[in-house]
Design a protein around this ligand. Sequence first.
Ligand SMILES: NC(=O)c1ccc[n+]([C@@H]2O[C@H](COP(=O)([O-])OP(=O)(O)OC[C@H]3O[C@@H](n4cnc5c(N)ncnc54)[C@H](O)[C@@H]3O)[C@@H](O)[C@H]2O)c1
Length: 404
Amino acid sequence: MADWNTEGTENNTRKNAEKTMKDINVALIGYKFMGKAHSYAYSTVGKIFSDCPTPRMKVICGRDRAGAEAMASRFGWESVETSWERVLERKDVDAVDISTPGHLHKTIAVAAAKAGKHVLCEKPLGNTGDEAKEMLEAAIRAKIVHGVVFNYRRVPAIMLAKRMIEDGRLGKIYHFRARYLQDWIVDPQFPRVWRLDKSQAGSGTLGDLGAHIVDLCRYLVGEVNEVTALLETFIKERPLPAADQGAWGSTTGGGMAPVTVDDCALFLGKLDGGAVGSFEVTRFALGRKNHNTLEINGSKGSLVFDLERLNELQYYSQDDAPDARGFRTIFATEGGQHAYVDNWWPPGHMIGWEHTQTHTIYEFLKAVAKGEPPEPNFHDGYRNNMILDAVEKSAASGKWERTG
Ligand SMILES: NC(=O)c1ccc[n+]([C@@H]2O[C@H](COP(=O)([O-])OP(=O)(O)OC[C@H]3O[C@@H](n4cnc5c(N)ncnc54)[C@H](O)[C@@H]3O)[C@@H](O)[C@H]2O)c1
């Protein structure tokens, strides 16, 4: 077992590391849901991970100055801007974190790359494959470090699953089966926020939730090469929101507006190595709040993961004695055995959703210090967008579609 009671040693390591590592000046664009999650991560990551370059929280940006100022004083951002263009002009910014709605990702990322800033961008990378391609090309051209926030790769239990699959503990993989279910727009009176508008969000559940499970499939099992899909929009029109209240705001203003994205998406995929994938995402599964679950079945065993119990991985092994077979629960909180957890708490002291963001930002900052893209990066974001595009194409054509 790892020795977790090492505060003195850790402090010394941190002090030494501080002397040698360059600080990274960060700008965050967007201050609401992800703005808060990322602010929390930047404000804690350097204190938790002793080998992390220190992020200097230079500037937070949002359209509403009062809102951005409130966030700045809460989390310790040094200054506030209301124009992202102004952020990119600043000489004191090394890296830009894009936590805005999807329609701004490409414009900001391409401009940031041209300005020589490293970029961490929220998912989905672009609103289309073409947008993501432009972002990737701009990043390569400018030789910046680029990362994309598929934060569920950074759950210790998911990283354990990856290791077990790579070690052959599941044998040949046959099935990847994932569902990401929520229920926050079942009420037809819930307003038509930006997430329900294709011109801003690109797609609905597909880009929001589907992007995550597609990324987990690519990470754990392999590429999605061909898809067949069904998309549905149950509520075609909703009241306009009262004001800019973010993705989750529930106050309505006046008038109605069409919903131009999918409320649910179901698709099948042909994966690398002959495996098959099934994917389901919806915001209409009453009682399901953030039900991101997956099951992987191979010739020697199976794994099950449920984000709402993110410290656990269920494992079934065909190698167990026949009279002792059954799913067992692995608790991925043991320091020395599981990714990142040495830095947090003693064994059995759980970590939560916010830590997936902290780990993502930790990997990004280390990558900036090294000058190499972390995983996942814009290559992954681009492939992911290509798969989402093929899903939309298949839903329209009624045929199997290749993903690129
Ligand atoms: N990785 C995850 O788990 C996860 C979860 C939720 C959202 N997201 C992604 O994060 C991004 C943001 O989503 P959210 O839920 O935080 O949305 P949100 O509505 O809560 O916040 C959006 C922010 O963008 C800002 N913004 C909008 N237009 C702007 C402009 N022109 N200039 C500057 N700022 C502007 C808004 O002021 C707001 O602060 C999306 O890409 C979304 O898909 C990722």
